[in-house]
Write a protein that binds this ligand. Sequence first.
Ligand SMILES: Cc1cc2nc3c(=O)[nH]c(=O)nc-3n(C[C@H](O)[C@H](O)[C@H](O)COP(=O)(O)O)c2cc1C
Length: 212
Amino acid sequence: MTNILFVTSSPRGGASHSSKVAERVLADLVASNPDATVVRRDLAREPLPHLDETYLGALFGPPENRTDEQKALVALSDKLVDELLAADIVVIASAMINFTITSTLKTWLDYVARAGRTFGYVDGKSVGFVTGKRVVLVEAKGGIYTEGPMKPHDFQGPYLRYVLGFLGMTDVDVIAVEGVNFGPEHAERALAAAEIRATEAARALTVVAEAA
Ligand SMILES: Cc1cc2nc3c(=O)[nH]c(=O)nc-3n(C[C@H](O)[C@H](O)[C@H](O)COP(=O)(O)O)c2cc1C
C-alpha cells in the first residue's frame, strides 16, 4: 500500500495555483493507487505554532522536566515526523511569498527537521534519515525564475531542494507554475502546462510503484 503525505501551504485559499496543481497530482495518484492512504496537512488553514522557547526547552532539556504544554508540543513534532517517515510519496505545494516559502511551510520544516530522528551527523558530516521517498514539489510564483534576470533571486525552489536533500529526500520532481502575475492569459498557459506536468509526475510515480 502506498502512503501519501500531501502538504499545502498557500495563504491564497481556493485561488492557489500550487494547491490546484498539487491536487491534480494527488487525484491522478489516487486514481491509479486506489488503496493509497492520504494524510493531508493544510498549513495555511491549520498553521503550526512557531518554534519558541517552550518547545526548544522541551526538546533540548531533560524529558522528565517537561510541562504539559511542552509534552504537547513534542508530541506534535513527533506526529509530523512520523507522518513524513511513513510516507512513500510526499507532495508539497509551495507559494512564493517575498521570494521564498511561506512561514507556515517553514514552520512545518522546523518541526520535521529533528536531530536524531530525521537527520544526524556521522564523521562530522550531516546525514539525512528521510530516505526512499519520492517527492513532488509544486512551486507557484508571480514572476519567472527558472531563467532570466530573476533566477538568482529565487529563494524558494533552491531552499526547498536543499533542505529536503539535507533530510534525505533527493528524488524530487519539481513542477513550476511561473509568471502567474503576468496577466490572465500567461497564468492560464502556465497552469495548463503545470497540470500536464502533474499528470506526467503522477504517472512516473505509478510506473515506479508498479515495478517495485
Ligand atoms: C503577499 C504576497 C507576496 C508575493 N511575493 C512574491 C514574490 O516575491 N515574487 C513573486 O514572483 N511572486 C510573489 N507573489 C505572487 C505569488 O507567488 C503568486 O500569486 C503565486 O501564485 C502564489 O502561489 P499560490 O498560487 O499557490 O498561492 C506574492 C504574492 C503575495 C500574495
